[in-house]
Design a protein around this ligand. Structure first.
Ligand code: PHE
Length: 458
C-alpha cells in the first residue's frame, strides 16, 4: 500500500471529534463518577488530573507521534522507528489488546442499546415501584443471562460499527464523529440541567465534589491512573491508528490536550447527572452495570416522577447518550484490527472489516453467553467476560504503557521526536521537550509502580 493512497482525516475538527469519540465512552459515564465519589471527591479529581497531565497527555502525544510518523497501522508503526526485534513488535500488544477489548465492549454496548429501546417503549417507567429496585434487578439479571436477546442487540451494535468502518476513514469514522460528538455534548448539557433541579441535587454534588483527602490511599492513586488510561483509550492501538490518518500540519500536543480536557469534562458532567438523581432517589451510589441498568432507571423515575414526561425524556436521553458514547469508542477499537488486516493482507478495507466483524461476533458471543449458559466456563477462575476485561485493562494496558514510554524516552532518537512533534520546528519546542522529559523519566517509573501495585506486588 503506497502512502499516497492512504486514507486521511479531512479536518482538524474531525480529528478532535474522532479521537475524543474514542476517549469518551462507557468508562467516563459509569466508572469515573463513582471512583470519584468513593475516593474522596475533589481530592480524587485532583489526582486524576495530575495523572492525565503527567502520564495521559504524554502517552497520547507518544501514540500520535508514532502513528503520524509511521503512517501505517499500530502493529507496523513501531517497525518504522526501530529494527530491534523487541521494540519493533510492541505495537502488537495494542492491536491484540484493542481487538480483545472490542469483543466484550460490544456485549455491553448491546445491553445499552436494548435499554434505549426499553426506555423508549416505556418499559422502564412502568416497572417502577418506589423504594424497590427488585423489578429492575430481575429485568437485568434475566436479560443478560438469557441466550438470544443480548446476542440480537450485540449483533445490531456490531453491524452499526461494521458499516461505519466499511464506509471509510473520512466518510465513516470522521463524518459520524462530527455528528455524534456534538449530539452527545448537547444531550449531556440537557441532562445536567435536569439533574441539577432534582430534589436531592445538593447531596449528590457534595458526594462528587467534597474534597476528602483522608480517603486518598495508594489504591486510589492506582485507580486514578487506571481510570486515566482506560478513559483516554491509551496504549490499545486506537490513537496510534487514528494518528496515522493525521496531516503533517496537525499540532499533536495541542490536540492531545484538547482531547484530554474534553474527556475529563464529559466524565465530570456525567457525575453531575448521575449523583443528584441517585441521591434524590435515596439510593446508595454504586458502579458499573448495576448503576446503569438497575439503580439509574429507578432513580430517574423517582427523581423526576413528579412530571412523568420529564422522567421519560431523561431516561431516553441517558441511554441515547450511552449508545453514542459506546459507538464512537467501539468504532475506534474496530479500526485497529481493520487497518492492520487491510495493510498486512493487502485486501480491501471492506473485506478487512468483514474479517473483524466475524471474529468479533464469535468472541462476543462467547462473552455474552458467559453470563448465562457458558457461566461455568472459567479462565483463571474468572468468567470469559471478566477475564478479558481484567487481562486487557490490568495487564496489557499498563504494560504497553511502560514499553511505549521507554521506547519514546530511550530508544527513539530525541531529535526525530522533537522534529516531528514541532512539525519540522515550526511550533514552540518547550512543550515537546517537556513531554519528552516526562516520557523518559516520569512515565516509566510511575507506570511500572502502578503495574506492580495493581498486581498486588507493592
Ligand atoms: N475510552 C473508552 C471508554 O471510556 C474505552 C476504550 C478503551 C476505548 C481503550 C478504546 C480503547 O469507555
Amino acid at each position: 500500500m503506497s502512502s499516497t493512497s492512504r486514507a486521511s482525516f479531512g479536518s482538524k475538527f474531525g480529528i478532535i471529534m474522532a479521537a475524543a469519540g474514542s476517549a469518551v465512552g462507557l468508562g467516563n459515564i459509569w466508572r469515573f463518577p463513582i471512583e470519584t465519589g468513593q475516593n474522596g471527591g475533589a481530592a480524587f479529581i485532583l489526582i486524576y488530573i495530575i495523572a492525565i497531565a503527567l502520564l495521559g497527555v504524554p502517552l497520547m502525544v507518544a501514540e500520535f507521534f508514532i502513528g503520524r510518523h509511521a503512517h501505517t497501522n499500530a502493529a507496523h508503526a513501531y517497525k518504522k522507528l526501530s529494527s530491534h526485534p523487541f521494540w519493533s513488535n510492541i505495537g502488537f500488544i495494542g492491536v491484540l489488546g484493542g481487538s480483545l477489548i472490542l469483543c466484550y465492549y460490544v456485549v455491553v454496548a448491546g445491553w445499552v442499546l436494548k435499554y434505549m429501546f426499553l426506555s423508549l417503549d416505556g418499559t422502564l417507567s412502568t416497572l417502577f415501584t418506589p423504594g424497590d429496585a427488585s423489578g429492575y434487578e430481575s429485568l437485568f439479571g434475566n436479560f443478560v443471562s438469557s441466550t438470544w436477546s443480548p446476542l440480537v442487540f450485540m449483533v445490531l451494535f456490531v453491524l452499526m460499527c461494521h458499516f461505519a468502518i466499511a464506509a471509510g476513514v473520512r466518510k465513516g469514522i470522521e463524518k459520524l464523529s462530527k455528528i455524534f460528538m456534538p449530539a452527545l455534548f448537547v444531550i449531556l448539557v440537557v441532562l445536567v440541567g435536569f439533574s441539577l433541579f432534582a430534589p436531592g441535587a445538593q447531596e449528590g454534588l457534595s458526594f462528587l465534589f467534597h474534597p476528602d483527602f483522608s480517603k486518598l490511599t495508594t489504591s486510589s492513586v492506582l485507580s486514578a491512573i487506571a481510570q486515566a488510561f482506560y478513559s483516554l483509550s491509551l496504549c490499545m492501538g486506537c490513537l496510534c491508528t487514528y494518528a496515522s490518518y493525521f496531516g503533517k500540519d496537525v499540532n499533536i500536543i495541542k490536540s492531545a490536550v484538547s482531547i484530554s480536557v474534553i474527556d475529563t469534562l464529559v466524565a465530570i458532567m456525567a457525575g453531575l447527572i448521575i449523583f443528584p438523581a441517585v441521591f434524590s432517589a435515596g439510593i446508595s451510589p454504586q458502579s458499573g452495570p448495576s448503576l446503569a441498568f438497575i439503580a439509574l432507571p429507578g432513580a430517574f423515575q423517582q427523581a423526576f416522577g413528579a412530571v412523568p414526561a420529564v422522567a421519560y425524556i431523561v431516561s431516553v436521553l441517558f441511554y441515547a447518550l450511552l449508545v453514542l458514547a459506546a459507538l464512537t469508542s467501539a468504532i475506534s477499537l474496530y479500526e485497529v484490527p481493520t487497518a492492520y488486516i487491510h495493510e498486512t493482507w493487502h485486501i480491501r478495507r471492506r473485506y478487512a472489516a468483514l474479517v473483524v466483524t466475524a471474529v468479533c461476533l464469535m468472541l462476543g458471543t462467547v462473552c455474552s453467553l458467559s453470563m448465562g449458559v457458558l457461566g461455568d466456563l472459567h479462565i483463571f477462575g474468572k468468567s470469559v467476560f471478566d477475564f478479558l476485561d481484567y487481562f486487557c485493562t490490568t495487564i496489557m494496558m499498563p504494560l504497553s504503557g511502560v514499553f511505549i514510554a521507554i521506547f519514546l524516552g530511550w530508544v527513539v532518537k530525541r531529535d526525530i521526536f522533537m522534529d516531528d512533534v514541532t512539525n519540522g520546528c515550526t511550533l514552540r519546542t518547550t512543550p515537546a521537550a517537556v513531554v519528552h522529559w516526562l516520557l523518559r523519566w516520569v512515565a516509566p517509573v510511575l507506570l511500572f509502580a502502578a503495574f506492580l501495585g495493581v498486581l498486588g506486588v507493592i
